[in-house]
Ligand binder design. Structure first.
Ligand code: ADP
Length: 273
């Protein structure tokens, strides 16, 4: 049951009566549980066979079947790319479900920011090249440490980098900056693309929201990336933000509290938040 109540007071401020409402939320709770189980089962049942399909297609594209006629090769490559897209969508759905059910487990480690950023840039470079875009790391802030779940931190950076790449004009590089702002470390990813339309900004971090619905087809997105990223950043005790000017570009950033690493390599918070 969900209970809500309030005291009704006399003119002198003395509570004379209580009014309230009890709502039976058993059904709602059950429905939530079922939805959560459904998404998790479906995702796992889809994920396992899909991994095997992608693996076989990757081998086939890699030449394991010998020299194939160009048409066959093209078909296999399209199938492989789409199997990866489907895999990414299933992963996003699983993550979204875990985050909204409060079941996302983070495994925190001390993370050196610049190396993590360099790794993310390297991992996403070939994706950006498909859009004719490169990455420039602007500031070399070395030996700055934050507390992250490293795999999830890579996911956050990959979301910023891949969005910046796909919304950038061709041959226009994306700038990646690491800076210290007070007690926080800020990682910014700036592009020179179309910017975020004013009327879309309040929906930017909502699930399945896209400024332009044709983007799913043309750019391969689902509108889940930023919703997941926001929850992940908040789960790490950080803050996510953006600045954008229509027609000039956008800058998405994540800020995490800096930690100092002592001689014993034990992290201590420089500032308690
Ligand atoms: P996806 O990229 O999968 O569509 P996201 O949640 O990452 O989903 O982004 C949601 C929407 O926000 C995008 O579809 C796009 O409309 C807008 N967006 C995100 N990043 C940028 C960017 N750097 N420049 C312009 N628009 C962006």
């Amino acid at each position: 049951f969900n209970a809500r109540g309030m005291a009704i007071r006399s003119e002198q401020g003395v509570a004379v009566r209580m009014a309230g409402a009890l709502t039976d939320i058993t059904e709602r709770y059950k429905a939530e549980q079922m939805k959560s189980e459904f998404v998790s089962i479906v995702s796992h049942e889809l994920r396992t066979p899909l991994t095997s399909i992608s693996g076989s297609l990757r081998l086939a594209c890699g030449g394991v079947l010998g020299d194939l006629p160009p048409k066959a090769k093209n078909l296999l490559e399209t199938a492989y790319k789409n199997s990866l897209r489907l895999g990414a969508l299933i992963d996003d759905l699983l993550d979204m479900e875990k985050l909204s059910a409060g079941k996302m487990q983070m495994h925190f480690e001390v993370t050196e920011v610049l190396s993590a950023v360099e790794l993310a840039v390297e991992t996403n470079r070939s994706y950006a090249e498909q859009w004719g875009v490169g990455f420039d790391i602007q500031a070399q802030l070395e030996h700055a440490f934050v507390r992250t779940d490293p795999a999830r931190f890579q996911q956050i950076l990959a979301n910023f980098l891949s969005n910046a790449a796909k919304y950038s004009p061709k041959s226009c590089n994306v700038d990646v900056t690491v800076a210290r702002i007070g007690s926080m470390i800020r990682i910014s990813v700036r592009d020179y693309g179309p910017g975020i339309p004013m009327e879309f900004r309040e929906r930017l971090f909502q699930k399945f929201s896209q400024a332009d619905s044709s983007d799913t087809r043309e750019k391969g997105g689902t509108g889940l990336g930023l919703a997941i990223t926001k929850d992940l950043v908040e789960g790490m005790g950080g803050k996510l933000g953006f600045e954008s000017e229509v027609g000039k570009g956008s800058c998405f950033y994540v800020e995490l509290p800096e930690i100092t690493v002592t001689a014993q390599n034990q992290p201590t918070l420089t500032e308690q938040s």
